[in-house]
Design a binder for this molecule. Structure first.
Ligand SMILES: Nc1ncnc2c1ncn2[C@@H]1O[C@H](COP(=O)(O)OP(=O)(O)O)[C@@H](O)[C@H]1O
Ligand SMILES: [Mg+2]
Length: 323
């Protein structure tokens, strides 16, 4: 059974600009997205900043009403049955808000348990269970003000699990965490999945989606540009190689010249001060190198290397993170 269904969802934000001559502008944040997520699935919604991930999560958690389309979660319509739906889901929407910094971690959970109306006989054990799950038991009596970013994020997860929701929405949960904090959080997400929760995770890291998710949808500019298991997405680049060329002073015309070659599938550029790295996807592998160099004739080229394409390259190719 599907736990989450999105049918042709569209969301338009209307914003006004200018102070004297006010003009109204429309921003299409979500542009016709359909998705089905099965019960118990850990599904990754992957996309760059501004792709529309948070907007979709807000629609699914009833915080925003979509401009058009139909959304159901566990059979509840996110618009018509919003009130009933809220009790069935949990969400962590990033950011530092929503916790009481002057209270301890445990007192924060007590407060939210009361707010959610959790059976008072069960509250104590439930709170201890959640503290254990997110690894905060030893620090539970300290004020949240002194918690690290990762600890706050874990407390947020404990908070949203108090009422034992079947479906969880985690919006970029590892954003802003140090590598160890991010790894700990990923372990917790894996544990939640083994408890049969349906989880929708958003991230802009391909490796994170690859490591955690059973299926991934790649979102770009409000549209899904690819969808499948990590293995299926890897297939998209299985016959591709990447030629990396270190260059100095590359301009748009150089990129365009490379893109014009019929054996080049995509080109992206990464700048490090004076040095730049051009990343060219091609099926030709090292046989492409002479032609690429010829197209860059008047440019200073340093190191050149050829490697197999990875899932990250597929992602870059799909969302076009090039200049
Ligand atoms: N409250 C808002 N008002 C106007 N535009 C918004 C608002 N929230 C988001 N947007 C715009 O909608 C698009 C998608 O944003 P968002 O869903 O936050 O993307 P993501 O979470 O993938 O970074 C962006 O262009 C963003 O600027
Ligand atoms: Mg976001």
């Amino acid at each position: 059974m599907n736990a989450i269904e999105l049918e042709n969802i569209r969301h338009v934000f209307r914003v006004t600009t200018g102070t004297i001559r006010r003009r109204s502008k429309e921003i299409v944040a979500v542009d016709g997205v359909s998705l089905q997520i099965e019960e118990g699935e850990l599904f990754g919604l992957l996309g760059p900043n501004g792709a529309g991930k948070t907007t979709i999560v807000k629609i699914l958690t009833t915080l925003l009403i979509p401009t058009a389309g139909r959304v159901t979660v566990l059979g509840f319509d996110a618009v018509k049955d919003a009130a009933a739906l809220r009790f069935q889901v949990g969400f962590v929407l990033g950011g530092d808000r929503g916790l009481y910094y002057r209270l301890s971690g445990r007192d924060n959970l007590r407060y939210f348990a009361e707010l959610y109306g959790i059976d008072t006989k069960k509250v104590r054990s439930r709170i201890e269970e959640m503290l254990e799950l997110v690894g905060l038991r030893d620090r539970a009596d300290e004020r949240v003000a002194g918690y690290s970013r990762g600890m706050k994020q874990r407390l947020h997860i404990a908070r949203t699990l108090l009422h034992d929701p079947k479906v969880l929405f985690l919006d970029e949960p590892t954003m802003g965490l140090d590598p160890v904090g991010a790894r700990d959080l990923r372990e917790i997400i894996k544990r939640l999945q083994s408890e049969q929760k349906t989880i929708l995770l958003t991230t802009h890291y391909m490796f994170e989606a690859d490591a955690l998710c059973q299926r991934i949808a790649i979102l770009n500019e409000g549209r899904i540009v690819a969808q499948g298991t990590p293995e299926e997405l890897k297939e998209l680049v299985s016959d591709q190689s990447v030629v990396e060329l270190e260059v100095f002073g590359a301009e748009t015309e150089h990129l365009d010249r490379l893109r014009g070659l019929d054996y080049v599938d995509s080109v992206s550029i990464e700048s490090h001060d004076l040095r730049q790295v051009l990343r060219v996807q091609t099926k030709l592998g090292e046989r492409a190198v002479p032609g690429l160099l010829a197209s860059l004739e008047n440019l200073d080229v340093g190191k050149v290397s050829v490697r197999e394409a990875t899932l990250e390259d597929a992602y870059v190719h799909l969302v076009g993170e090039s200049e």
